[in-house]
Each structure stands twice: as C-alpha cells, then as structure tokens.
Design a protein around this ligand. Sequence first.
Ligand SMILES: Cc1cc2nc3c(=O)[nH]c(=O)nc-3n(C[C@H](O)[C@H](O)[C@H](O)COP(=O)(O)OP(=O)(O)OC[C@H]3O[C@@H](n4cnc5c(N)ncnc54)[C@H](O)[C@@H]3O)c2cc1C
Length: 317
Amino acid sequence: MSRPSGAPDETSDVVIVGGGASGLSLAHHLAETGTSTVTLVEAPDGPRRPPERTWCYWERGTGDFAEAVSASWSRLRVHGTDGRTITVDPSPQRYRMLRSTAFERLVHSRLARSPGSRVLRATADTVHDTADGAEVHCTTPDGRALTLRARHVFDSRPLRSLPPARTQLMQHFRGWFVRTDADRFDPAVADLMDFRVPQPRHGLAFGYTLPLAPDRALVEYTEFSRAPLTTTAYEAALAHYCRDILGLGAFTVESAEQGVIPMTDARFTRRTGPAVFRIGTAGGATRPSTGYTFAAVQRQSRAVAAALRDGRVLVPT
Ligand SMILES: Cc1cc2nc3c(=O)[nH]c(=O)nc-3n(C[C@H](O)[C@H](O)[C@H](O)COP(=O)(O)OP(=O)(O)OC[C@H]3O[C@@H](n4cnc5c(N)ncnc54)[C@H](O)[C@@H]3O)c2cc1C
C-alpha cells in the first residue's frame, strides 16, 4: 500500500537531531522521565560523524553515568610558568571523564528499553515547523528519503558558521593516550593547566594530563588563540611536553584525539521556530571562557525533560 503524499513515515513526541554530547544527554534525561517517545537521529559513519572523543565534567555524588565513566579525580593541579603548583580538592564535586563511545552505548541501551523510542542512523537534511509540531527530512544510509514528525524537535547539528561576535577565540588541541615504560603518573591527581609549555606569540598555551593508571594518561597540548595548528605542529608541541617537561622517558602513543571548541561572546539562536530548538554547542551551551559544554548540557537536558513532563515548553538555556 502506498503512503498518502505528505504523510510522515514515523511520528514520535520528540525528535533529537544529532547523537553527540547534547543529543545523547537529552535522550537520556527524556528516557528517565519516561513521558515522551524519542527518535534520536544520528549521522551514519562518515564525514558528519566525529571520531571517538573524551568528555570531562564536574559532578557531585556518584552521578548519572557511573557505568560509562572511565576515570575520575578528586585532586586537581595547575602548574604556573615558573613551575610552582597549586593543588585543590574540588569536593563535593569530582572531575570525571567519559569516552563518547561508552556514553553512546549507555544511552542507546537506555533508549532500547524505552517503549516507542529508538536510535535512527540517517542524515537529517532539513527541519521544518508544521501546523502542530515539526518535521525532519532525512536520508537513510541506503539512500531512502524518510520524514519524521514530532511535537518538538531539538537540533544539535553543528552550525556552518558562528554568529557574529565581538570576541572569537578558539580552544584547539590535540591529545595522546600514552603508555609509558615506567610508572610516571599519579592517578589521583589531574593536571588541568600546565603553563610550563612554551607560550605562543598570541593567545596562551597549556598542557593537560589526565592520568588513567600509573603508566597511562591522556596528555594534551591546548591553545586559546585565533587559529588551529597543523597536526605536525601539535605533534611537535606534544612531543616536547611529554619528553622535556613531563619527563616521561620511553612511551608509546596508543591513540589520539584533536578538536576545536569555539570561545565566543556571540549570541546563539536557541529557538528557530515554534517547535524547533537548538541544543549543545549549536545552541550556545559552550561556556565561552573555558570551552566546557558537557556539564551545562546536563543541566539543560534535565530542565527540558522536566518541562516536557509537566506539559510546558522550555527554551534550552
Ligand atoms: C575532541 C573534543 C573534546 C572535548 N572535550 C570536552 C570536555 O572534556 N568537556 C566538555 O565539557 N566539553 C568538551 N568538548 C566540547 C563539547 O563538549 C563537545 O564539542 C560536544 O561534543 C558538543 O556537543 P554537541 O552535542 O553540541 O555536538 P556533538 O557532540 O558534535 O554532536 C553533534 C552530533 O550531530 C551529528 N550530526 C551532524 N550532522 C548531522 C546530520 N545532518 N544528521 C544527523 N546527525 C548529524 C554528529 O554525528 C554528532 O554526533 C570537547 C570537544 C571536542 C571536539
């Protein structure tokens, strides 16, 4: 039987476009409240889908995602340019690390247990308001067109360009997951900013070391400046940091991650139509002074899920 033209292929209460940090978080909190059916649309493997990333955030207590947390720290350290250190205990908060694939597994299995909710692998092409909600037009990995209809759509697709701003810096970095031949790290202490690295002519640079075991850590070189570096330049900065500043001795690089996070006072549009909202970095959830996004996205997702449960509409803050 053919479908009448204009009818949606699928309907749910909420469609979330993009299954990264903000999309997964909102899906998780909606599944927890259990009052809305959710379709989470995530791009198929390819250029739109980012590689595995690490998300760190501050949280009290045991937190919502304990089974996906790969490490956490209750002592945090900063190294000045002169080598002096400050170590603090941020309790009652802890600093936690999630790998994006572990978080994705957790949320996907949570959705699989929620009747009427699901994860759809497809590319969202357009999002439109309709008389009683919104529609998302998608293309499936085998090239089929699919229309999803919902009462509310939350869109986390990255913006093509940032809105105009007075200040626009980038936090750009590359990190290595290293394994050292000898024990070199104290797994109890995370080094958030190590300013002993050579400083660039414009902006600032620091090292960041998250120990996972006495012989394993994520070590990053980060700059706050106007433009990213080449991969070769990051690798040179990381090699110098690991060898000459941290004194790691012999080590192997098991994997790497690289990224650019906007640091801007631009105003982001958070509602693009009566039933269409932007979330995550695209909705301005990234803190301009630090680039941290994950913790803000949890607060945002909890508030949106609670509002929908109570029959209200809340523009994500
Ligand atoms: C390497 C890296 C490390 C970071 N580490 C931290 C950290 O430690 N702590 C922190 O707070 N912040 C961190 N950030 C900043 C921020 O938390 C992340 O950028 C975070 O992923 C932003 O979440 P998001 O949902 O806005 O975007 P994303 O997580 O990028 O999610 C967007 C999703 O949309 C999907 N998508 C894109 N286009 C389409 C389409 N057309 N159809 C369907 N799906 C689509 C993508 O596949 C992606 O999964 C980091 C950023 C990077 C790049």
